[in-house]
Design a protein around this ligand. Structure first.
Ligand SMILES: Cc1cc2nc3c(=O)[nH]c(=O)nc-3n(C[C@H](O)[C@H](O)[C@H](O)COP(=O)(O)OP(=O)(O)OC[C@H]3O[C@@H](n4cnc5c(N)ncnc54)[C@H](O)[C@@H]3O)c2cc1C
Length: 410
């Protein structure tokens, strides 16, 4: 019998298993798929050391109006999502007030700023340096006005949190990225981020490291979790297991797992889609055109084109309407080549209404822990919140008690 079961082998669960193992715990890591095949597979691969401020919900009326009318291709929604998402969206709107957002950003900055360093130790130990680039990303601006506004806004954020920003003229951008066919007024480059050319492979490499260090990874679909005498039993397709502690790191599926125990974890489900392209020209660095939607990511699998957010109910059928527009817009400034996959990938960012991950013990049950709700930056934050949770589990202390589920009444 293991000491701890970690349920979910995405970036969060695998990192948690490693952090607990490093503290001498005997850990069983369970997932229904191979490690890193869900949300942690299809993301942008950015390790966002620069993400000091989490993504707030737009609050000005014209932006909200454009979202309501589905004029903003960055954010899409469907009517069937509203019954399950309305309350979480209202809370998200409330927490996005400027003063509240700034308060939350202090914690967010503290955890994202250390994230590249927390990854680096694991990257080295896992032998995964070949899929890491010491490069952040760029935003390009087509007009001088847009560039002036974008640069001023970015500089304000950089000054507030001490971030490294490089400003490129249109000529400098053209020299750095000859693949861009549009003439830009300029670009900004965030230099505190690093990136990964194959996010799913990095999670797999961390899982392999965990296994090499003596940990066990089991493929099993867990159908129920239940308290037993002094611990927990999980029932799965590969059988039942018991342990003193159970960590739930099941990303967007976590609310469903704890609901039968009486916990209601409200998430905003922001779905994203991607497709890969090959045979066109390729970029040196992750790039977004600020006048269009979508993000371009050079990966080992081709150029990955990502959409913004689609607010969905859990399990909603794919509806990649944003992707078609993103692809058409992107072809205006780069030769993308041909589509690699017939169908786009999709995954739901597990976003908390207050934009902070949920890391710590659930109140009504002994030995039941959450590490979830990492929203837009879970690939970044895996090793960091894993360290925080492992400290809390072993010492009862954490550097950021505000992240505990207690803040949500859970
Ligand atoms: C389009 C897009 C772009 C993104 N870009 C970035 C980025 O550039 N940088 C960044 O930091 N973040 C990014 N993110 C966010 C990031 O991908 C997520 O926050 C992160 O992957 C969440 O990790 P996780 O381990 O919590 O969830 P997941 O990776 O989804 O892992 C959860 C695991 O739990 C397993 N599971 C669930 N239920 C069960 C069950 N009953 N039994 C067994 N196993 C179960 C699943 O199979 C899954 O493997 C992006 C997300 C999207 C969608």
């Amino acid at each position: 019998m293991a000491d701890v079961i970690v349920l979910g082998a995405g970036m969060i669960g695998v990192s948690t298993a490693l952090a607990l193992q490093a503290r001498g715990r005997d850990v069983l890591l369970i997932d229904r798929k191979a490690p890193g095949r869900e949300t942690s597979y299809g993301n942008g691969g950015l390790i966002h050391g620069e993400a000091a401020e989490p993504h707030p919900m737009p609050r000005d009326l014209s932006a909200l109006w454009n979202i309501a009318l589905r004029r903003d291709n960055n954010i899409h929604w469907t009517f069937d999502a509203l019954p399950s998402q309305a309350r979480a969206l209202f809370d998200y709107w409330w927490h996005s007030q400027p003063a509240r957002h700034m308060e939350l950003s202090k914690t967010y900055h503290a955890i994202t700023a250390r994230s590249p360093a927390d990854h680096r130790g694991l990257i080295e130990a896992a032998g995964a340096s070949d899929i890491i680039r010491d490069k952040g990303y760029r935003n390009g601006f087509g007009s001088k006005d847009g560039f002036d506004r974008g640069r001023a806004a970015a500089q304000a954020v950089a000054d507030r949190w001490g971030l490294k920003l490089r400003v490129l003229s249109g000529d400098e951008l053209a020299a750095a990225e000859p693949a861009l066919t549009r003439r830009y007024a300029g670009a900004i480059e965030w230099q505190d981020a690093i990136s990964c050319t194959d996010p799913g492979a990095l999670v797999q490499a961390y899982a392999d490291l965990f296994a090499r260090r003596g940990g066990t990874v089991e493929k099993s679909e867990i159908s129920a979790i239940a308290p037993i005498g002094k611990g927990w039993r999980v029932h799965g397709s590969a059988g039942a297991h018991e342990a003193a502690d159970l960590v739930l790191a099941a990303g967007p599926w976590t609310p469903r797992l704890i609901a039968p125990l009486g916990y209601r974890l409200r998430m905003v489900r922001k779905r994203g889609y991607h497709l890969h392209f090959k045979g066109g020209t390729s970029l040196d660095m992750i790039f977004a055109d600020a006048d269009r939607t979508g993000v371009l990511i050079p990966t080992r699998l081709g150029t990955r084109l990502l959409t913004g957010a689609q607010v969905v109910r859990e399990g909603a059928a794919p509806n990649p309407v944003q992707l078609a527009k993103v692809e058409a817009q992107t072809r205006e400034f780069i030769d993308l080549g041909r589509r690699v996959e017939a169908q786009p990938w999709h995954g739901d960012r597990p976003c908390m209404p207050d934009m902070l991950p949920v890391v710590g013990a659930l109140s009504k049950h002994r030995g039941l822990w959450l590490n979830t709700g990492h929203g837009h930056q879970g690939f970044t934050l895996g090793p960091t919140t894993a360290e925080l949770l492992a400290d809390d589990m072993l010492t009862g202390q954490t550097a950021h008690p505000v992240l505990r589920p207690a803040r949500l009444g859970l």
